[in-house]
Write a protein that binds this ligand. Structure first.
Ligand SMILES: Nc1ncnc2c1ncn2[C@@H]1O[C@H](COP(=O)(O)OP(=O)(O)OP(=O)(O)O)[C@@H](O)[C@H]1O
Length: 384
């Protein structure tokens, strides 16, 4: 790190965090950015692109610590928080202040980055060809095999819809796998909480939509499973890049049906890698097939009984965005209104009850007085 032109405090901070030797993207970008040149960095996933721009930004900021210095745009909120965290830890000696601004998730957001390939030494890419209807049994079998063979493990499973994400999570939980989900129909607070639990290895399996495909850096992830074959090679590259981070090893397995072969070919062409066939014991898959299918159906029925309606939710969000509103803020506002409404209702009920109690007390007093007068009259007439 000493040869990049960074200040001593920053080199020290890097070493303190285990960053001793620059990765190629850092080696090439940091000096160029420090020279004040425009820079477009392009490197494989998990190769330290974040530090490649964070370090020179911190260096420049420390030289002239004035005003709003840097704006970083990210495709997801989780990524915004992750990058802010990197700024915070690397810029700790600087007393850096940061602010995260988020907009509606479904707002059209174009983020272009040139895809490039990962080397096969780092990432072992395989696929399983499955008959269309039994993907789920292959998935359960795969996880079972993997967890039997490894003690320390962590898996991300990518699937195409929020509903699928929810159902698969419920299903794997029924098979006693420590599973948690991450998708855009979840409240942001829940998303952060789930991600934190997965990062802390409280849950070993994260089932996610492509909301988690880009940039998330969880070094412990050893396996990425694509429950559906990604429609675009670029999405495939981002998804599988969640494993084998910073020079570690990792495996990515994709479930492929006969209708997805062309997608596999496109992926192979783009990544310049031939995906290897993953050997599966078909007999073992058949053994669990009925149980998996029944469990999936049970989960679907359970989910149908809730108000989990992805299309309705997406349309609602789209409508709000068209009206120029932030769906998350709207949901928050609605929840607050609902809270105020229910507090008002409770307050009114309390008043009603206290009035009733007062009335009851007055009636009791009146009745008592009547009885006293009656008794007095009776006593007087008895005396006369
Ligand atoms: N020089 C380095 N030596 C060792 N580890 C590093 C180095 N630079 C960064 N790292 C670590 O490598 C991991 C991956 O870095 P980062 O998230 O920046 O990758 P990326 O290239 O942005 O990946 P993606 O394309 O998936 O977003 C992080 O945990 C980071 O702390």
């Amino acid at each position: 790190m000493d040869d990049l032109g960074l200040s001593d405090w920053l080199v020290k901070q890097c070493k303190h965090l285990g960053i001793n030797k620059p990765t190629p993207v850092q080696e090439n970008c940091v000096p160029a950015i420090l020279e004040g040149r425009d820079c477009l960095g392009c490197a494989k996933t998990g190769s330290g692109k974040t530090a490649a721009f964070v370090l020179p930004v911190l260096q420049k900021l420390s030289e002239d610590p004035y005003g709003i210095f840097c704006l970083v745009l990210t495709p997801t909120r989780e990524l915004a928080y992750q990058i802010a965290e990197q700024f915070r830890v690397l810029g700790k000696p600087l007393g850096l202040r940061d602010c995260i601004i988020s907009i509606a998730m479904n707002k059209p957001f174009f983020w272009e980055s040139k895809s490039e390939t990962r080397t096969v030494e780092e990432l072992d890419q395989r696929y399983i060809l499955t008959p269309e209807k039994v993907k789920d049994a292959y998935l359960v079998h795969l996880i079972q095999t993997f967890t039997d063979e490894h003690d320390d493990w962590s898996i991300i499973i990518f699937t195409n819809t929020c509903k699928n994400c929810q159902i698969l999570t419920m299903m794997l939980q029924k098979f006693y796998f420590p599973t948690i989900s991450l998708h855009s129909m979840m409240k942001q607070k829940q998303r952060f909480a789930n991600l934190a639990k997965f990062k802390a290895s409280v849950y070993k399996i994260l089932i996610a939509t492509d909301v988690a495909a880009r940039g998330l850096d969880i070094p412990t992830v050893q396996v990425v499973i694509n429950h559906n074959t990604p429609g675009l090679p670029k999405i495939y590259i981002h998804r599988v890049g969640r494993t084998a981070r910073a020079g570690r090893n990792g495996v990515s397995i994709t479930l492929v049906t006969q209708y997805d072969i062309h997608l596999v070919h496109a992926i192979e062409e783009q990544t310049n890698t031939k995906l290897k066939d993953y050997p599966v014991k078909e007999k073992d898959v058949l053994k669990i097939l009925t149980q998996v299918n029944v469990t999936r159906r049970e989960c679907e029925i359970r989910l149908e009984s809730t108000d989990f309606d992805e299309k309705k939710e997406i349309n609602k969000r789209k409508q709000l965005i068209l009206e120029g509103k932030d769906p998350d803020l709207e949901a928050k506002r609605k929840a607050e209104l609902e809270k105020i409404r229910s507090q008002k209702k409770k307050f009114k009920q309390k008043i009603r009850e206290s009035v009733q109690r007062q009335n009851h007390g007055q009636l009791k007093k009146k009745a008592m007085k009547k009885r006293q007068i009656k008794r007095k009259k009776e006593a007087e007439s008895a005396a006369s």
